[in-house]
Design a protein around this ligand. Structure first.
Ligand code: C2E
Ligand code: CA
Ligand code: CA
Length: 604
């Protein structure tokens, strides 16, 4: 018997599978195929045929007594079953499968040499899906398998997906949610369940017809997905729609699971974006339709620990959102609403703060370890809030990153810092350098280099005395692009420093490729450097590594004389820390620098 037949015998037919688009061929050949036949040769032949058609996952047995256990364990997508076998026949196996609720829906193609109709009918009665005559013909085999699997995939679609939007339906979504909740539990993370309801949907359906209603649902589903993708400043959530995602619950209701929310307020950010997208007018048959939505949010584990209770609470919150008016969202629990509200307020205030000039630059001196002289400073931003007082960056930098305000805030800091640097030089501190922190968001802006250049030119400061501090995380993101930007900054004469060194994951080979000037040892290593031997070893190693790479080193967070003595003994050239000075207002720094300079000249 020839093992292979020409490929063209069976051109794949195009299968109509409704609204879901064409099934990928690979989705079928990925199927796990199980074969049960007491003749080992038949098994071999079938496997060979199927391998030629692209199938690769097989479970085979020629031992009918083992078949049932194997089926239960392997859960094949399709079973090819010989009917005539010793001890346990194919009929027996079919009957046992029928009795098992887990196995009864497995498609079974029966292999039979018996031509009689009665045998075939009996097999059908016992739950077989289709027949295949023995000896097996390659093209026949391929066709049967393909059709059975395609039909199965179609049924699966119908059972699990919404026909109009193609989104997972309530049942499948429930399974995804349970999975996501288990993962969240393992990792101690929070999830958020959003329940969205479209307003006026019934009215649109009634007046414009179901065609309009369906189009509206599809548009809504696409807009929700794009809002979720765009909601994450770092693109981390890009996969989260697929992870657990979005489902059409029925009617005009959608549910959305955000599987990893770092802070619950972020769920409100997503809710706002979704509502904003939904509210954009959409066109149907030349008419403009405006729809709005409302969202209720429940948070795992705070508001519920399983799918049902989260859904119930998100729905309750959604009902409440109705009383708040169109386009609003509401958290299930009171304190989450308070937190979201607080964040929202702070974000709006921060937006205004930049315009109203409420930001303030503080400077922390950078000091020469050997001589104790000030050699420059690091600029650290503060927010002089009209009611809340002076806010530290810990309160608002992350907020600025997440709400897209960082480029503006960063640009303000850069302009102000360049201005201060120019001032320092005018006042006779011609050697002083000023370091500015640059966030990842800001660094990745297309016009970052141009904006720095502008700030330098407008202030008239010397670019050679401007230092940019970047974290390892920022540098390691899109390495090739980063290297390009760094070189273009170096071309302006600007110095580059790597901040919080030791906390990230830089590899030495990359470090060598970045055109850096300085490395700042993170304060977490300095804190216990005099008591903890491994911290001391790390600090020593960083200093010697920096020296061998030709980089300057700054130790951060030096608070005691003992820490400073250690650094001096190790040959660390510079430090910063409360021991010398906290970050101080610019005027105060200028005075300090002048006094120090006078002191030095008196001593000289
Ligand atoms: P960083 O760049 O690592 O800044 C050093 C932080 O350590 C500053 O906190 C500083 O006040 C603090 N510090 C300095 N010496 C000591 C010490 O001896 N002991 C202790 N415990 N802390 C010390 P700050 O000013 O609260 O800033 C926190 C972070 O906020 C900064 O960490 C930086 O990542 C960010 N940041 C501050 N200003 C800006 C800015 O203008 N732009 C950007 N993108 N980020 C900024
Ligand atoms: Ca810094
Ligand atoms: Ca730092």
């Amino acid at each position: 018997m020839p093992i292979s037949k020409p490929e063209s015998v069976l051109a794949p037919q195009s299968l109509d599978i409704g609204d879901f688009g064409a099934l990928r061929e690979s989705a079928l050949t990925d199927a796990k195929v199980m074969l049960v036949d007491d003749e080992a040769l038949t098994l071999e032949v079938i496997v060979t045929f199927l391998e030629e058609s692209g199938y690769s996952r097989f479970v085979t047995t020629s031992e009918p007594t083992e078949a049932l256990d194997l089926i239960a364990r392997e859960r094949p997508d399709i079973l090819l079953l010989d009917l005539m076998m010793p001890k346990v026949s194919g009929f027996d196996i079919l009957a046992r499968m029928q009795a098992d609720p887990e196995l009864r829906y497995t498609p079974v193609v029966v292999l039979t040499s018996a031509a009689e109709a009665s045998t075939k009918l009996r097999a059908l009665d016992c739950g077989a899906t289709d027949f295949l005559a023995k000896p097996v013909d390659a093209s026949e085999l391929r066709l049967r398998l393909r059709n059975t699997l395609a039909f199965r995939a179609y049924q699966n679609r119908l059972a699990n997906y919404d026909r109009i939007t193609g989104l997972p339906n309530r049942e499948l979504f429930g399974k995804h949610v349970e999975q996501a909740l288990r993962a969240a539990k393992r990792h101690g993370q929070s999830c958020a369940m959003l329940h969205l309801n479209l307003d006026r949907f019934g009215q649109i359906n009634d007046t414009l017809g179901h065609g309009a209603g369906d189009a509206l649902l599809r548009t809504a589903s696409q807009r929700i997905q794009s809002a979720v993708r765009e909601s994450d400043p770092m693109g981390r959530a890009a996969d989260s729609v697929d992870d657990a995602g979005l489902s059409r619950l029925g009617g005009d209701e959608f549910t959305l699971l955000l599987p990893r929310v770092e802070r619950v307020e972020n769920a409100s950010l997503v809710a706002q974006r979704v509502l904003a997208k939904i509210a954009q007018p959409f066109q149907f048959n030349g008419r403009e339709i405006v729809m709005t939505g409302r969202i209720g949010i429940a948070v795992y584990p705070h508001d519920g620990e399983d799918h049902e209770s989260l859904l119930q609470h998100a729905s309750a919150a959604m009902s409440f959102a109705k009383s708040l008016g169109r386009g609003s969202y509401h958290f299930y629990s009171h304190d989450m609403n308070a937190r979201a509200q607080e964040r929202f307020t702070l974000e709006n205030e921060l937006r205004k703060a930049i315009e109203r000039d409420e930001l303030v630059l503080f400077l922390q001196p950078k000091v020469d370890v050997q001589t104790g002289r000030i050699i420059g400073a690091e600029a650290l931003v503060r927010w002089q809030h009209p009611e809340r007082g002076l806010l530290q960056p810990g309160r608002f930098i992350q907020l600025a990153e997440e709400s897209g305000l960082m480029p503006q805030l960063g640009a303000w800091v850069m302009r102000r810092a360049c201005h201060v640097l120019g001032d320092l030089h005018k006042r006779g501190h011609a050697d002083m350098r000023l370091a500015v922190n640059v966030s990842g968001e800001q660094f990745r802006q297309n016009d970052f280099r141009t904006s720095v250049q502008e700030a330098v030119l407008n202030s008239g400061c010397n670019a050679g005395h401007l230092v940019l501090e970047l974290t390892e995380g920022t540098l390691m993101d899109h390495v090739e692009q980063t290297i390009g930007t760094l070189h273009s900054l170096k071309a302006l004469g600007i110095k580059l420093s790597i901040d919080d060194f030791g906390t990230g994951y830089s590899s030495l080979s990359y470090l060598k490729r970045f055109p850096l000037d300085e490395l700042k040892i993170d304060q977490s290593f300095i804190r216990d450097v005099t008591a903890n031997a491994s911290d001391a070893a790390i600090v020593r190693a960083i200093i010697s590594m920096a020296q061998s790479l030709g980089l300057s080193v700054v130790a951060e967070g030096v608070e005691t004389a003992a820490q400073l003595a250690f650094l001096r003994a190790q040959g660390c050239p510079q430090y910063q820390g409360y021991f010398f000075s906290r970050p101080i207002p610019v005027e105060e720094f200028l005075q300090l620098a002048s006094q120090a300079a006078q002191g030095a000249s008196i001593l000289a």
